[in-house]
Design a protein around this ligand. Structure first.
Ligand SMILES: NC(=O)c1ccc[n+]([C@@H]2O[C@H](COP(=O)([O-])OP(=O)(O)OC[C@H]3O[C@@H](n4cnc5c(N)ncnc54)[C@H](O)[C@@H]3O)[C@@H](O)[C@H]2O)c1
Length: 322
């Protein structure tokens, strides 16, 4: 069995690649290393039999033309992500995320099976406006509150991707599964996300310990659970043509309590300095996982404490990624 991981040197991609190799797949990773890293973790994976890493820019159709055909599974993970990127260069977000998806759709062959990585951001505008409930299911209206705001460039690019994958799959005769990730975290995810960022500050002994958005609620999903959900969806024929929420609905936490957990894991007890959330950040986010459960039998299995411990340990050992 052969799997193609587009954007596979990034956070979710590398964890997925490891899992697929364990399951006996030959894995090809394509990445332009704009964010994915050539590090010891990638080197260790590349040393395994059947793993190939290709450096290419997926906004160029030649990158696809240079790949062999005949994949059992294709995952599109490549995208410009992260609040900082989205705020600084929304035009790049729209261009890269859209072109990478459309070129893939021109290239994919009938009969193949493709996973498109989408996001909870596609409906976040509706949560902000109070018209979408939380926990949130897949069939709520997607909503872009302000098309001119940089923040929504990412959501718009992913919404277009969802529509493009679902319609083109029907038109060309391949299977498409759209997974909307909700706050996936874990080792080797960069330093911008709240759990690694808090881990690094706790490790460095910050005191007072800053906690922006302490009263916001999130449901964090460990990357091993996200990978399990993806693998199950790709093995489930009935998931084709569906949008499915991926996350962990079992341990919603507020950011203040998360900070206390990180500090406990770090063995630190500084004074806590809570402050308001950054503008535009949703107050509460939690997926409704009924569709994922009924399609695949998936149940999240990594507790928040366990996940924070392994993530903290990785950042304590590896430091801030360059
Ligand atoms: N991590 C989360 O919680 C989360 C939440 C919602 C959605 N997602 C989606 O899941 C996917 C994977 O996310 P991640 O957290 O692993 O992000 P990531 O940034 O770690 O991985 C994306 C990878 O794509 C690569 N890439 C970007 N542009 C490229 C291009 N033009 N050509 C080739 N490669 C390119 C990057 O170098 C990177 O390695 C993304 O599509 C993201 O939008 C993630």
């Amino acid at each position: 069995m052969k799997a193609l991981l587009l954007g596979g040197a990034g956070f979710i991609g590398l964890h997925l690649a490891r899992r697929l190799v364990t399951d006996g797949y030959e894995v090809t990773i394509v990445d332009d290393f704009s964010r994915g890293r050539q590090d010891a973790d990638l080197d260790a994976l590349r040393a395994q039999p059947g793993v190939r890493v290709v450096s290419a820019d997926l906004t160029d159709p030649a990158a696809y033309a240079g790949l062999p055909a005949g994949w059992d599974q294709i995952y599109l993970l490549a995208a410009v992500v992260g609040v900082r990127n989205v705020e600084q260069d929304p035009a790049r977000v729209v261009r890269v995320n859209t072109l990478a998806a459309l070129h893939l759709l021109d290239w994919v062959a009938p009969g193949e099976r493709v996973f498109f990585a989408s996001t909870s951001e596609v409906y976040a505008g509706g949560v902000d406006a109070g018209v979408v409930g939380v926990p949130t299911a897949e069939d709520v209206p997607a909503m872009i509150s302000d098309i001119t705001a940089p923040r929504f460039a990412y959501a718009v690019s992913k919404l277009l991707g969802e529509a493009a994958f679902l319609h083109t799959a029907r038109a060309k005769g391949f299977d498409a599964v759209v997974g909307r990730f909700h706050n996936v975290y874990g080792p080797r995810m960069g330093a911008d996300h709240v759990i690694p960022e808090m881990s690094l500050r706790a490790k460095s002994g910050e005191d007072p310990f800053r906690v922006p958005g302490a009263d916001q609620f999130r449901a964090f999903c460990h990357v091993d659970d996200a990978v399990e959900a993806m693998v199950r969806l790709m093995a489930t024929p009935a998931a084709a043509g569906q949008i499915v929420h991926i996350g962990n609905d079992r341990e919603e936490t507020n950011i203040g309590d998360l900070a206390k957990l990180v500090l406990r894991v770090a063995g630190a007890s500084p004074e806590i300095e809570a402050s308001p959330a950054p503008a535009g950040s949703v107050h509460r986010r939690c997926p409704d996982l009924d569709r994922l459960r009924s399609l695949t039998g998936f149940e999240p299995s990594v507790t928040l404490e366990e996940g924070v411990r392994t993530t903290f340990a990785w950042y304590a050992q590896n430091g801030r990624p360059s």
